[in-house]
Design a protein around this ligand. Sequence first.
Ligand code: SD4
Length: 342
Amino acid sequence: MVNRRKFIRTASLGSLAGLLAKDVLAAEASVSNGPVVISTWDAGLAANRGAWEVLGNGGTALDAVEKGVMVTESSINCCVGLGGNPDRDGFVTLDACIMDHQFNCGSVAFLERIKHPVSVARRVMEKTPHVMLVGSGAQQFAVAEGFPLESGALSPDAQKAYTEWLKKAEYKPVINVENKAHGPFAPAIMPTGEFNHDTIGMVALDAKGNLSGSCTTSGMGFKMRGRLGDSPIIGAGLYVDNEVGACTATGQGEDVIRVAGSSAVVEMMRQGLTPEQACKKIIERIVRIKKEKVKDIQVAFIALDKKGRAGSYAIHPGFSYAIRTTKGERLINAPSHFKKTS
Ligand code: SD4
């Protein structure tokens, strides 16, 4: 099996570096109507490939956004799924949601020992009268649906990071740590303790012109037990309105929730803003709300409109997102409120 980190490192020396260099200035990718898929961070490249197996064969955006993020959830070297960092009590707890083109949505949160939270979220959407299941109830539902109960053991990387973290036991999220752990410029060996949090959010437009989205995460590393971020919350970490567009968020979930982030971005697109302008508008709102504290937090949105135009905006530089269309794949550095890392 190809080691994911090695693969990304290898790719970074060649194609990814080239892609980045070419596209650093491509703040907004204008593409014709679908299929198109975008997802957060550099891990999005591999996830988009998973999604493209569906989209490229005429499949639905809904199937694509589930299959796509499952690639990331499956990776033992990534902190999105069960390989992620634990909460401060040493348990990995997972959050995920999914939404289709008809306002159907499903979500799970505080879910333990299940490998594919996004698929459980889809079952919640399709098989229950509810939108959200949490904790032991979500796990009970998953097991009843045939999802295997995995071991609760931490991955070797997460165990190392947790042991290191316990020395100070200080909750201090690090901006853009996602890229430090896995990005093209990541150190070959991840420095212990920097492996803090990670999420993948994905939105797609299929050949029929329907939009869907998904988001899955292990949440902020070393969070309080029971803490939820934006990722499983429809309207915060993800929102899809098939008449307008779709958006997903990454970064400090608390600050996405307080502005109903993804829903707010979609509303801006409804008013005629492009995806990038819409993301920027809501990022600037967070900047105003957080005042001087904003220097310590990262939030980024990625959005896709009904025409298949993609855009993104972040608080700090260093956030990238991956896009895949019929013309190929690219990693794009998102424009940001701050122009330099402080
Ligand atoms: C959370 N928004 O749990 C997630 C974290 C994240 O990249 O996006 N990490 O708040």
